[in-house]
Design a protein around this ligand. Structure first.
Ligand code: ATP
Length: 311
């Protein structure tokens, strides 16, 4: 009999993301919103290990409490593996083990990173050799943030966030992320945004149908200048996220009082991302936030997308 240790294993690492800009357009006929976003992949990673198996299974390790996560066919990693198997007409399965560091429902695209890493891992494990374009097409079917978890770096996303174009970007940014154990439901945050817009319809200009990323964000990314980027960070989901969870606002205030250039909600929250001037300020901020009993981790960005790691 073959021992599990002698089976081939593929290890893929995929990054979490921060939306340094997120504008949400008007509700479309299908009930969804178009968005315009600038993504940055950051060094908070999901590590997916894949072994050949007859069927499909997933288990989790790492610092995050994953007891709430389904491990059946509704898990994004299993969905990704099954989708690839169907596309490539592969008859076997896979055993996946995911070392999770990106918080669940945290607004950092952790599930999307799992799905992207699984596509790359199964493609390598099964020798299906799909092209980059084919993998990106499968990724977009799995979720709006999955294509970006494949490409990584810095990119602009339009429509649902899944139509990617590369952004000219240089430099390295130092982030401090305040993670929470309890997540936030993305659809609920969007519903709260719609309610907010209805309540204030007379005071605020109507949401655009085709939102775009502000020019000053693109300029800051091109310049690689954290001060400039701090001034142009913007997220339409921040106000509704704070409305649903007011303590997010207090966390932002605390970080900004302790040296952050800017603090803002990542994606649909509740993770708060602080941009700092350099590594020293990031270390100081991490200490100050940890002293307030918050879970604060440092990350740099941009980093690469999902790729095979040679152990
Ligand atoms: P985004 O920023 O892309 O909106 P998120 O970071 O807020 O996403 P995720 O952790 O990616 O949220 O997942 C959202 C939901 O998807 C979770 O509430 C969970 O029930 C479900 N899910 C399915 N598979 C996974 C997975 N492998 N990891 C995390 N969540 C998963």
């Amino acid at each position: 009999m073959t021992s599990p240790d002698s089976l081939p294993m593929v290890h893929v690492r995929a990054p979490g993301k921060i939306n340094v800009f997120l504008r949400v357009g008007a509700v479309m006929d299908d009930g969804y919103h178009d968005v315009a976003t600038a993504y940055q992949a950051v060094s908070l990673y999901e590590d997916v290990r894949a072994w050949p198996a007859d069927d499909f299974s997933v288990s989790f390790t790492g610092p995050i409490d994953t007891s709430s996560l389904a491990t059946d066919g509704s898990n994004l990693a299993i969905k990704a593996a099954r989708m690839l198997a169907r596309k490539a007409d592969y008859r076997g399965g896979v055993r996946l083990e995911i070392e999770k560091r990106v918080p669940i429902a945290g607004g950092m695209g952790g599930g999307s990173a799992d799905a992207a890493a699984t596509l790359v891992a199964c493609d390598a494990l099964w020798g299906t050799e799909l092209s980059r374009e084919e993998l990106l097409t499968l990724a977009a079917r799995l979720g709006a943030d999955v294509p970006f978890a494949l490409t990584g770096g810095t990119a602009l996303g339009t429509v649902r966030g899944d139509h990617l174009s590369p952004a000219l970007a240089k430099g390295q940014y130092h982030w401090v992320l305040v993670l929470r154990e309890e997540g936030m439901s993305t659809p609920q945050v969007y519903e709260e945004l719609d309610r907010h817009r209805e309540r204030h319809a007379l005071d605020i200009s109507p949401a655009e149908e085709r939102p775009t990323v502000d020019a000053n964000v693109l300029q800051a990314l091109r310049a690689g200048d954290p001060e400039m980027l701090a001034e142009s960070l913007s997220n339409d989901l921040q106000a509704p996220a704070i409305h649903l969870s007011p303590s997010i606002g207090e966390v932002i205030e605390l970080g900004e009082m302790n040296g952050a250039l800017a603090g803002f909600v990542s994606g649909s929250g509740p993770t708060v991302a602080f941009l700092t001037a350099d590594l020293d300020s990031a270390l100081d901020l991490q200490i100050a936030l940890s002293a307030a009993r918050l879970t604060a981790v440092r990350a740099i960005g941009p980093v690469h997308g999902a790729r095979v790691i040679t152990d």
